[in-house]
Design a protein around this ligand. Structure first.
Ligand SMILES: *[C@@H]1O[C@H](CO)[C@@H](O)[C@H](O)[C@H]1NC(C)=O
Ligand SMILES: *[C@@H]1O[C@H](CO)[C@@H](O)[C@H](O)[C@H]1NC(C)=O
Length: 391
């Protein structure tokens, strides 16, 4: 009953935009309650400064944000990065409603799979839902690669599985991983994917770890054969191979009548001010307090990698994969990274604080912040899929 009410509320809010969200055979995609208006690409639009509506939650009020992402707690002097709201161009959809989301997830399992950026989106979602949940009605635990959040009142779990390259690799240990000399196993990804089975909503990402060097080593041997038959491949080619494996796995393990699958595109970095015309020596995201205003701005994100993402996922015929395209919207946000206001494995040292140009983290994002907007895109894609899902 509560679920029905939530659906009705969602439908009522969307009434002006509703068309049937039909698949080829006239059936609704699971979780869909309507369709986005034709031509609505929620990843295109602009950031609107809105102190009344943003942030969606307070940093200190969300217990799930790790020290790597709590910028205020680590002395960030400005707050404006928290006040930007994403406005898609030419379409309005109902705003994120935590109660509705929880009702729709009742009895379900939602799983994020990927790297630290995807984990940030996962944490952001927990924060967005946190306010709507009664005190003491949830639990959170991490065992090895898997984190599980339980919303007991809804009999729902929202989970995160660490697999930064999706395939098995020497980056799989959440703490003791290698950034360079990446080695991945070319064989099917069973060791990971057994944790993915049965999820009702799957949200993948993978980008950054492919970009830390030109070459990736692929181990072609079977299990327990970590030494033999290694070939080197370009990152793009290796990424294509692994994405194909993901699609093959989806094909054999996901029922498109029950489950939905999403892929979140590359999260951009802002490591060099030259990209946005700041010629000061060593300038980067450090000290930035406003987004880039140039609507056509594109930094250093690999278009080739995005093309591979689109091509391989677009060819997934049996199980449609919704591309949550966060790249362009995030390109504008040079102001929203953690800079030096976070704690990785240890608090920043004096030397690091004295030299922010060298030490600023221009990859990860403060929370609340940009990943909250990614979840709005995900929300829209989940409940109001475009008739062409790839949009
Ligand atoms: C969210 O949806 C519920 C219905 O399930 C409604 O009662 C509530 O007012 C909505 N909240 C917001 C902030 O729109
Ligand atoms: C994501 O959006 C960017 C910028 O609009 C576009 O160039 C890219 O092709 C899109 N990628 C995918 C996989 O849809």
């Amino acid at each position: 009953m509560a679920r029905l009410l939530a659906v009705l509320a969602l439908v009522a809010a969307a009434a002006p935009f509703l068309r049937a969200a039909a698949q080829g055979d006239g059936e609704l995609l699971p979780f869909a309650v309507g369709a986005a208006p034709a031509g609505c690409d929620v990843g295109q639009g602009e950031w609107v400064y809105d102190e009344a509506a943003r942030p969606a939650y307070e940093e200190a009020a969300c217990p799930y944000i790790p020290a790597e992402l709590t910028c205020q707690a680590h002395g960030r002097p400005d707050m404006s990065y928290q006040h930007w709201r994403w406005q898609p161009r030419g379409c309005s959809l109902p705003s994120f409603n935590a109660t509705v989301m929880l009702e729709m997830l009742r009895g379900k399992r939602m799983l994020f799979v990927g790297d630290s950026l995807n984990r940030a989106q996962y944490v952001s979602l927990l924060c967005l839902l946190h306010r709507a949940m009664p005190e003491g009605s949830s639990s959170f635990e991490t065992v090895d690669a898997l984190s599980i959040f339980r919303a007991k009142a809804y009999d729902a779990t929202i989970e995160f599985y660490w697999a930064p390259l999706l395939a098995e690799s020497n980056a799989d240990d959440g703490v003791e991983h290698q950034l360079n000399d990446r080695l991945i196993r070319g064989a099917p990804m069973d060791r990971h994917s057994r944790f993915w089975k049965g999820a009702d909503v799957l949200v993948f990402n993978s980008y950054l770890w492919w970009m830390t060097g030109d070459k990736i080593q692929i181990l072609r041997g079977a299990d327990n054969d970590m030494s033999k038959d290694i070939v080197e491949m370009g990152a793009e080619e290796a990424y294509r191979l692994v994405l194909h494996q993901v699609v093959r796995w989806l094909d054999g393990n996901v029922d498109p009548k029950k489950s939905r699958v999403f892929f979140v595109t590359a999260s951009p970095t802002h490591a060099s001010g030259q990209l946005w015309g700041d010629e000061a020596e060593g300038s980067n995201c450090y000290g930035q307090t406003a987004p880039i205003a140039d609507a056509s701005y594109w930094g250093s994100t690999s278009r080739a990698m995005l093309r591979v993402t689109g091509e391989v996922l677009g060819a997934s015929a049996r199980v449609p994969v919704g591309v949550v395209n966060v790249t362009q919207m995030s390109e504008y946000r040079r102001d929203a990274h953690t800079q030096v206001y976070s704690e990785q494995w240890a608090p920043p040292t004096k030397e690091q604080l004295a030299d922010p140009k060298s030490y600023a983290d221009c990859t990860h994002w403060c929370l609340p912040g940009v990943p909250d907007a990614w979840n709005e895109l995900l929300y829209w894609k989940l409940f109001f899929p475009a008739s062409d899902q790839a949009l």
